[in-house]
Design a protein around this ligand. Structure first.
Ligand code: T3D
Length: 262
C-alpha cells in the first residue's frame, strides 16, 4: 500500500507531501501518525533547515476523512473532542512550535481542517486554481485546527464570521488580497516558487528564523511589555549563535555570509 505521507529531503528542505489523492488528501489516523512522524524527523534532522508541505493530486487537503464518520444509524457517533485532542491540536502545535520555517504550497482545494492546517504554516503559497473553504458549518461542525484563532487575526472578524458561517469558497487570489496567505502563483509555477523560497530559507540563520517565528507566534497573547521581554530573551539567544558571528564577520568582510544553522 502506498504511504499516506511522502518525505523527501533535498538541499536542506524536507518536502512533506500528503498522499491520499482519491480522498483529496483528507486525514485518517494513519496519515495523522505519518505526518506527525515526518514533522518530528524534519525537526530532529540538523541537515533540514526548512519544511515544505504540499499535497498530491488536485487537492491540498479536505480535512477529516468523512468516511470514518459515516456511522450506521443507531450507532454512536465518534467523540470528535477526542480526535481533536489526539490529532488536530497536536499537529497545529507541532507546526507552530517547529523551530524551522514551514512553507505551505497549496496545490488545490484546502477545506475544513485542511484549510486551517495550511494557514498554520509560516509562509503560504497557493496555486491560482486552489481555494480555501471553512467547510465545517456545512456539516454542523465548528472550525477547528486553530481556525477560530487564526482567521479573525489575519482577515478580521467580519470576514472570519462570514466565511465560517457561510462556508463560502475563497479563491487563492482573494486569499492573497485579504492577507490570508503570502502569495497566489500560477499553477505550473507553484512548486518551483515555493521550493525556491524554501531553498533560500535553508541557507539562512535557522536558529534566528526559529526565534523570529517564536516571537511573532506569541505576539498576540502578550502585552507590549511582555513582548519586549520576550524579544530581549530571544535576541540574547540569537546573539550567541554561530550564525550571528558569521553575519557580523561577513558584513565587515563585504562578502556573502555562509550560515550553518548553528
Ligand atoms: O472528525 C473529526 O475528527 C473532527 C475534526 C474535523 C476536521 C474537519 O476537517 S471537518 C470538515 C471535513 N471536510 C469537509 O467537510 C470537506 C468535504 N469535502 C468537500 O466539501 C468537497 O469535496 C470539496 C469542496 C473539498 C471539493 O469538492 P469537489 O467538488 O472539488 O470534489 P468532490 O467531488 O466533492 O470530491 C472528490 C472526491 O474526494 C470524492 O470522492 P469520489 O466521489 O470521487 O469517490 C469525495 O467523496 C472525496 N472527498 C472529498 N472530501 C473528502 C472526501 N472523502 C472523504 N473525506 C473528505 N473530507
Amino acid at each position: 500500500m502506498e504511504s499516506t505521507i511522502l518525505l523527501q529531503v533535498e538541499a536542506g528542505v524536507a518536502i512533506i507531501t500528503l498522499n491520499r489523492p482519491k480522498q483529496l488528501n483528507s486525514f485518517n489516523p494513519e496519515m495523522h501518525k505519518a505526518l506527525k512522524k515526518a514533522l518530528k524527523d524534519a525537526e530532529q534532522d540538523d541537515s533540514v533547515r526548512a519544511i515544505l508541505l504540499t499535497g498530491t493530486g488536485r487537492g491540498f487537503c479536505a480535512g477529516q476523512d468523512l468516511n470514518d464518520r459515516n456511522v450506521n444509524s443507531g450507532e454512536e457517533m465518534p467523540d470528535l473532542g477526542e480526535s481533536i485532542e489526539k490529532f488536530y491540536n497536536p499537529l497545529i502545535k507541532q507546526i507552530s512550535a517547529m523551530p524551522k520555517p514551514v512553507i505551505a504550497a497549496v496545490n488545490g482545494v484546502a477545506a475544513g481542517a485542511g484549510a486551517n492546517i495550511a494557514l498554520a504554516c509560516d509562509i503560504v503559497f497557493a496555486a491560482e486554481s486552489a481555494s480555501f473553504i471553512q467547510a465545517f458549518c456545512k456539516i454542523g461542525l465548528i472550525p477547528d485546527s486553530g481556525g477560530t484563532w487564526t482567521l479573525p487575526r489575519v482577515i478580521g472578524m467580519a470576514r472570519a464570521k462570514a466565511l465560517t458561517l457561510l462556508g463560502d469558497k475563497v479563491s487563492a487570489s482573494q486569499a492573497e488580497e485579504w492577507g490570508m496567505i503570502w502569495q497566489c502563483v500560477a499553477d505550473d509555477e507553484l512548486i518551483e516558487k515555493a521550493l525556491s523560497v524554501a531553498n533560500h530559507l535553508a541557507t539562512q540563520p535557522t536558529k534566528g528564523l526559529g526565534f523570529i517565528k517564536h516571537a511573532l507566534n506569541h505576539s498576540s497573547q502578550n502585552r507590549l511589555d511582555e513582548q519586549l521581554e520576550l524579544e530581549k530573551d530571544l535576541q540574547r539567544l540569537a546573539g550567541r549563535t554561530q550564525d550571528y558571528r558569521e553575519g557580523i564577520s561577513a558584513f565587515f568582510d563585504k562578502r556573502a555570509p555562509e550560515f550553518k544553522g548553528k
